[in-house]
Design a protein around this ligand. Sequence first.
Ligand code: NAP
Length: 275
Amino acid sequence: MAGRLACDAAEPALALSSRARQSRTKGYPVGRRVLVTGASRGIGRAVAEAFAAAGDRVAIHHRDSAELAERLRTTLPGGPHLVVQADLVDPAAVQSMVDGAAAALGGLDVLVNNAGVYTAHPVLESSYEQWQREWRRTIDTNLIGAANAIWCAVRHMGPGGRIVNVSSRGAFRGEPGQPAYGASKAGLNALGQSLAVALAPHGIAVSTVAPGFVETDMTNEHLKPPRGDGIRAQSPFGRVAAPAEIAAAVVWLASAQAEWASGAILDLNGASYLR
Ligand SMILES: NC(=O)c1ccc[n+]([C@@H]2O[C@H](COP(=O)([O-])OP(=O)(O)OC[C@H]3O[C@@H](n4cnc5c(N)ncnc54)[C@H](OP(=O)(O)O)[C@@H]3O)[C@@H](O)[C@H]2O)c1
């Protein structure tokens, strides 16, 4: 049956504010209730800013960056926005974080699975213990953390709901020094495609962006010369992306117009890797 998911949440699914309902009739919903994971910094921060600028209300998720998240909350236009915390490797923490965000916002219209880790563990130079640790941490955060956030979030969503996953070019190009990262993002791509099919009958669209290098804390060290010059040269534009360029695509994929992009994996890599 199409429509609302089985839901034991306090709020009815898709309990849109009257402002959101009015705007929806004009084709572009504003005043949506948006949860962005890893929004304290980098791409997630730019995504939160872009949704807020579009008139949406944002739950800014972080793990350890309470101060950064709170500072962002106070600078975002509109609102009210809120800050939520959870370590994504902890399933119980994810559940209370998502349920808490939905309760405060009065439901959820959009989940952006952005939080992620990118750590080096080259196969020939890593100890077996390090190899175990980085694989576990990376898969638990980037893949299972996102899967758990989706499981929790869809119980607060209804028709028109949107899930956008932030994957990586590395899923296709390979990550020789960070193999668990490449594998986690390939898994995230497959997760998004599976759930695009599973959730379409409920009116929920699921899509994925796959950025190449973006200028954030995650890539600070990599982008310093001389290595950074080589990375910038991977694109014929001779540069890497700004976080706002990824955010613009995420906001579009979360829009009402983008239902037909469900299942898509959108390359955002400045033509640095064509597949
Ligand atoms: N930067 C790039 O070049 C690039 C390229 C392709 C894809 N991506 C993807 O884009 C996403 C954002 O990357 P970024 O460059 O903006 O990263 P970033 O600047 O390092 O920020 C990472 C964010 O994820 C959060 N986070 C990390 N581990 C977490 C955990 N266990 N539980 C909860 N939150 C956690 C961090 O929270 P705290 O601040 O609290 O630690 C932070 O908000 C990631 O999924 C990344 O894989 C990035």
